[in-house]
Design a protein around this ligand. Structure first.
Ligand SMILES: Nc1ncnc2c1ncn2[C@@H]1O[C@H](COP(=O)(O)OP(=O)(O)OP(=O)(O)O)[C@@H](O)[C@H]1O
Length: 733
């Protein structure tokens, strides 16, 4: 079956040779994938496009991706090269340095965006930490008294010290629990603030779509929004509490060691701390990038398993046939018993010897898991180094304390001897001062984790802001009434509508019942030119069908018309978006009841459909049984109202029909249907178009089925040379 339409002729559906009985148009699907120069212009003429195509196929020689041939090995190497390049660039950016500190300050600004409660919490923490530090002083004195009561045999001193001990140590323990409680509340609040702020950003101006479709700088945005923010705020709150209690202890015990020993005592402890700090920093710096990479690998690993969950059935079906093929091959091959075991064919170790055939997904998951484990090994080794230095400094600090106390007796000879109770108080004070500092050293371990989260969260904020402010991702949208009033207010030489203006992209929201494309040339987000200079008008009541080879740009034109893709030149005049409704290729069902499916993108909060109306909508497409099924499930009380998992088991056709019911409920002036009847039988497809007509919906369809021609008035046809043809469809009664 083939169609060779002539632009000069009207197109007649009876001209189609359907002798092969196929329902699909026979296009040449040979679509070449080329490497495009980012700056390649959109070329209008065919010759220019051909020249451009030739140029596009040249690949830089020094780039590993340029290796000739297109074997799997090459593709794998290319992917590896780019992954490593990106990971290295990211790692370079995530050093523990001033830039990271500035990014941290950016996040802090968000955390304190409504400062009252966080400031109260921090002040409260400060108050509790101060009181706890003060109360801890009595522990030292009590210890000294207990020690003295043993040496002097003073029972009353022992009893009174014990009673005071219970009170003060009890208070201290309670304050410790209070600090932990405040830290948890603070982490909870910060998570709320940061996550909501980021979500606001993520959902503004379709950013969630743009950063996934147009920008590849953010891997796993879901992980950043969920676990990274949670881990970051929890770690930050605990680091903050340590940073607050630390100085309290340091300041107070600096004073006590100075007064009970001498000026050099705090000085030596300070020197010891700085030595520890620099040793830790040395180990910490590389850990930032290693932790960053670990988070990325964890996210990728989870994402792969998520995909396996989402596509479980497709994977299982594909692999049923694969198992069969493997079976035949094994049976037919005389040398099958001599085949090397699978494990030997792979470089990595996690493939079981007993398995003859592994799923591609299994291999990928295992490969990714191996990468993750390899990096985790690095994390563990560097963590070991960090723990060794920080623990060494913590554990050695009592010895330093005793050396400080021993200085006047054994080295300076300023004192002959010390009383045991004095030694107890002095060593307690030194230990407390050192513990104040060792809190900082311990903080450094948490800071290395924190830095990874800072990088990931700050990158997400930066990229979201950059994409939000990116002018090339924005299309100028104006109301026709505004343009007219501007035209009236200005002289005829006003800018609007001048050729220079027309060469840019603009969308005008008209009051009329038509969609007009004026000299539209559009391209992919990577600037790969698609179709050029399309000019056409779609009037109300005049259905348009778009056909063409796969990847030729049919869906992209729909994206351009509804304003999702700003990658075009020329101007579009269309009714405002409330009058347009888009049905994507992949039907989208939300978590919710059938009524909520139909209401979407509205919700039950603002809209409701009465039971009889809902039944009528479903019955028109023979789907009344789904409402009965839902009713039975509700009665059985076996379903969580929010997660209607049973919807996942609907057939693709049922899913398409539900989105078509959604379209009928919303009754827009224009419907943009992207292959949205491809899974339903032809008689039902006829009914869908008949109902749309009855409801006054003008349809712009994308599709491959010849039967669609029956329901449309005009055909916009693309060919593989990037030419377009607009033809009138003649319908013979
Ligand atoms: N987000 C994107 N980034 C880069 N290229 C894209 C993106 N989306 C689509 N493309 C490319 O744009 C070209 C046109 O895609 P489009 O989805 O419009 O094809 P189509 O004609 O609708 O194909 P099909 O009939 O298979 O649905 C394809 O080569 C596709 O790979």
């Amino acid at each position: 079956m083939s169609i060779k339409p002539d632009m000069s002729k009207n197109y007649n559906i009876n001209d189609i040779d359907d002798s092969e009985g196929s329902d699909e148009m026979d296009y040449d699907f040979d679509h070449t994938i080329s490497y495009v120069d980012e700056k390649s212009p959109i070329l209008g003429s065919q010759q220019q496009q051909q020249r451009n195509r030739k140029e596009k196929t040249s690949i830089p020689i020094n780039d590993p991706s340029s290796s000739s041939g297109s074997s799997d090995e090459d593709t794998r190497k290319k992917q590896q090269y780019y992954q490593q390049k990106i990971a290295l660039e990211q790692m370079k950016k995530n050093q523990f340095d001033w830039a990271l500190f500035k990014r941290f300050c950016g996040i802090i600004k968000i955390l304190f965006i409504s400062p009252l409660i966080p400031v109260i919490l921090v002040a409260f923490l400060f108050g509790v930490a101060t009181s706890q530090t003060y109360v801890s002083k009595f522990t030292g004195i009590l210890l000294s008294n207990v020690y003295m009561s043993f040496t002097t045999g003073d029972k009353s001193l022992f009893v009174s010290s014990l009673i005071k001990g219970f009170i003060f140590i009890g208070i201290s323990a309670f304050m410790d629990a209070l600090i932990k409680f405040v830290v948890s509340v603070m982490a909870w609040r910060w998570r709320k603030t940061l996550c909501l702020t980021l979500q606001d950003l993520y959902f503004t101006k379709n950013l969630y779509y743009k950063i996934i479709a147009f920008d590849d700088r953010i891997d796993n945005p879901d992980q950043r929004l969920t676990s990274d923010i949670d881990n970051f705020t929890t770690t930050l709150a605990s680091v903050l509490s340590q940073c607050i209690t630390g100085p309290m202890v340091v300041i107070y015990y600096t004073y006590l060691t100075w007064t009970t020993i001498s000026w050099y005592a705090p000085l030596i402890v300070y020197g010891y701390f700085f030595l520890g700090y620099f040793a830790n920093k040395l180990v910490m710096s590389p850990m930032v990038s290693i932790n960053f990479l670990q988070d990325k690998l964890e996210g990728d690993f989870r994402y792969l398993h998520q995909r396996i969950r989402n596509f479980a059935e497709s994977i299982a079906l594909h692999n049923l046939s694969k198992d069969k093929q493997d079976g035949i091959e094994l049976k037919d091959s005389p040398s099958s018993s001599n085949r090397p075991k699978k494990a030997k064919l792979h470089n990595y170790r996690y493939i079981s010897d007993s398995q003859d055939s592994n799923l591609v997904e299994e291999e990928q998951a295992k490969k990714q898991f191996e990468n993750l484990l390899n990096n985790k090994k690095r994390v563990i080794f560097w963590q070991f180094g960090l723990n060794t230095t920080s623990d060494l400094f913590t554990y050695l600090s009592p010895l330093i304390n005793y050396m400080i106390i021993a200085l006047p007796v054994f080295f300076l000879h300023t004192k002959a001897a010390l009383l045991p109770s004095d030694v107890t108080v002095q060593s307690f004070n030194c230990i407390m001062l050192a513990s104040g500092f060792s809190q900082y050293i311990n903080v450094s371990t948490s800071i290395s984790d924190l830095s990874g989260y800072i990088s990931r969260i700050a990158t997400m904020i930066d990229v979201c802001q950059m994409v939000a402010n990116e002018q090339s991702f924005e299309t100028k949208v104006e109301k026709e009434s505004n343009i007219n009033s501007n035209n009236n207010n200005h002289s005829k030489s006003t800018d609007i509508g001048t050729p220079s203006e027309k060469s840019n992209s603009s969308i005008v929201l008209n009051q009329g019942d038509f969609i007009n494309l004026d000299d539209i040339s559009y391209f992919t987000p990577r600037k790969h030119p698609l179709l050029s200079n399309i000019t056409l008008t779609i009037k109300k009541g005049e259905n348009l069908l778009i056909m063409g080879p796969s990847g030729s740009g049919k869906s992209s034109l729909i994206r351009v018309i509804n304003g999702l893709w700003p990658f075009f030149h020329g101007s579009i005049s269309k009714p405002q978006n409330d009058y347009l409704f888009f049905l994507p290729q992949q039907p989208y069902l939300i978590f919710g009841s059938l009524e909520e499916q139909v209401l979407y993108p509205y919700s039950k909060k603002t809209h409701r459909i009465s039971r009889p109306d809902l039944r009528l909508l479903f019955s028109r497409l023979d789907l009344g049984y789904l409402l009965d099924r839902e009713k039975a499930i509700r009665k059985g009380n076996s379903i969580n109202d929010l997660t209607h998992n049973w919807l996942n088991s609907l057939s693709p056709g049922e899913q398409q029909l539900i989105s078509i019911i959604r379209l009928f409920y919303h009754k827009p002036k224009f419907a943009l249907m992207d292959e949205s009847t491809s899974s339903i039988p032809q008689p039902l497809e006829e009914r869908v178009y008949a109902i749309a007509k009855e409801l006054g919906i003008t349809v712009i369809s994308v599709g491959h089925r010849v039967s669609l021609l029956n329901h449309h008035d005009k055909l916009l046809r693309f060919d593989k040379e990037k030419n377009w043809y607009l033809e009138q469809i003649k319908k013979d009664k």
